[in-house]
Design a protein around this ligand. Structure first.
Ligand SMILES: C[S@@+](CC[C@H](N)C(=O)[O-])C[C@H]1O[C@@H](n2cnc3c(N)ncnc32)[C@H](O)[C@@H]1O
Length: 396
């Protein structure tokens, strides 16, 4: 593909925004006619220690991480992602030789000021700071894919996660991209092996399935859930591309539909990705960890997700831990005449409400997780990436 012109309302992939267009390997068109690309995400762990089990953080190479300045205005309320097209604008995905796109501003339909965040260029680096690593995953050309395939016997397949994804989608399809919060959450999953080793776990709003694939390197069963047959099929394809990772730890990933807006799990065998009665019993009897990345961009969906979390916690036989990653995104709006982060604020007030919730049976303990755990995936760990832990435990 020489050049992609994105329609208005398109959400561009945050993780891939910095990459020059000509290096993308388009593998197919999906059911909605969107180009699907394949990327490789490298895990920077040490080969000899990766299969160690045991305590938190054991056996990984600690990768130097840096904080970048706060992200500029963007966000899914506004959609997630640092780049998205403006009403009436075409934004070219191709970065120039410095990887820099022109920054521009425009009012949206409601009169809010939309400002496109300018990606950092190499020339922005403070000379006093150490040189940054590349902040994007490897995106393959066909030749590179052939080359890597040829080298497969020497390379370590346990350190590569292959993901099919889109790079530009309408807001309703944002799950087809990989979000930084998924990489951030995956880092924590790798750090907290003790929570995942041999367990049954459930991901909500899994999108491409990235975090579930990482969890499956340790967990016994991962229920990887989202909505929409096209997205779930893409997710299933990613699970299939990475079975060697799950198999190494003995884990199984089951892709299932779980819609936060519905009270019941679909058990109709005619419906793709529906649940069997055995799945449901296994889920309720054995699940001890719930996790979700980057699912707080619309207040109604946030409310629905918190309802689902409560409902699941009550149905699970065991006490459970929920891990939620979120990127605090800012928007300048004319309505407030200020920079605000409304979706994030709503998320925080939902956490607060959860802590206050009392049904006499279950208590929810909420705490932030300090972002000091090792970084094993390549992405920009900005200070606005946050992780929250919720422990749901019976009141004795
Ligand atoms: C921004 S994407 C994040 C995807 C993935 N967790 C990641 O971080 O790469 C938000 C996800 O929430 C899912 N989602 C939205 N509404 C949902 C609903 N009602 N029930 C279940 N999942 C939903 C979307 O399909 C999408 O996969």
């Amino acid at each position: 593909m020489d050049e992609v012109t994105f329609r208005s309302g398109t959400v561009l992939s945050d993780v891939h925004l910095y990459t020059p267009n000509q290096r993308h390997l388009m593998v197919r068109l999906n059911g909605a006619g969107q180009p699907v690309f394949q990327s490789q995400f490298k895990l920077l762990w040490s080969q000899d220690s990766q299969m160690d089990s045991g305590a938190e953080g054991g056996g990984y190479r600690h990768v130097h991480t840096q904080e970048s300045p706060p992200a500029g205005p963007s966000g899914p309320g506004s959609p997630p992602g640092s780049g998205y097209s403006l009403e009436g604008f075409s934004v070219q995905a191709r970065a120039d030789s410095t990887g820099q796109e022109g920054a521009c501003a425009q009012l949206d339909e409601d009169g809010d000021l939309d400002v496109v965040r300018r990606p950092r260029a190499a020339s922005d680096t403070d000379p006093a700071e150490p040189q940054r690593d590349k902040v994007h995953p490897t995106i393959l050309t066909q030749e590179e894919e052939d080359f890597l395939e040829a080298r497969a016997p020497e390379s370590c397949p346990q350190s590569i996660i292959k993901i099919e994804h889109t790079m530009a989608t309408p807001l309703e399809d944002v799950g087809k991209q990989v979000w930084q919060g998924a990489l951030f959450l995956a880092d924590y999953i790798l750090f907290r092996r003790d929570l995942f080793q041999g367990r049954t776990v459930l991901e909500l709003g899994a999108g491409t399935g990235f975090a579930s694939i990482v969890a499956a390197t340790m967990a016994q069963t991962v229920y990887c859930t989202d909505v929409g047959a096209d997205l779930l099929a893409m997710c299933q394809q990613n699970i299939a591309l990475n079975t060697h990772l799950a198999a190494a730890g003995g884990g199984v990933v089951k892709v299932r539909e779980l819609d936060w807006l519905k009270d019941k799990l679909c058990t109709d065998p005619e419906v793709p990705f529906s649940w069997s009665e055995e799945d449901i019993s296994d889920l309720y009897d054995h699940t001890t960890v719930l996790f979700a990345a980057e699912v707080f961009y619309d207040d109604d969906l946030t409310d629905a997700l918190f309802r689902t979390l409560c409902q699941l916690s009550r149905r699970l036989k065991n006490a459970c831990t929920a891990l939620l990653s979120v990127e605090k995104r800012f928007n300048f709006t004319l309505r407030h005449l200020d920079v605000t982060c409304e979706a994030y604020d709503h998320f925080r007030s939902s956490l607060h409400a959860l802590e206050k919730l009392s049904d006499g049976k279950l208590r929810f303990v909420v705490e932030p997780v300090e972002a000091s755990f090792p970084q094993l995936l390549i992405y920009e760990r900005i200070q606005h990436l946050e992780l929250w832990k919720i422990i749901a435990e019976p009141i004795t």
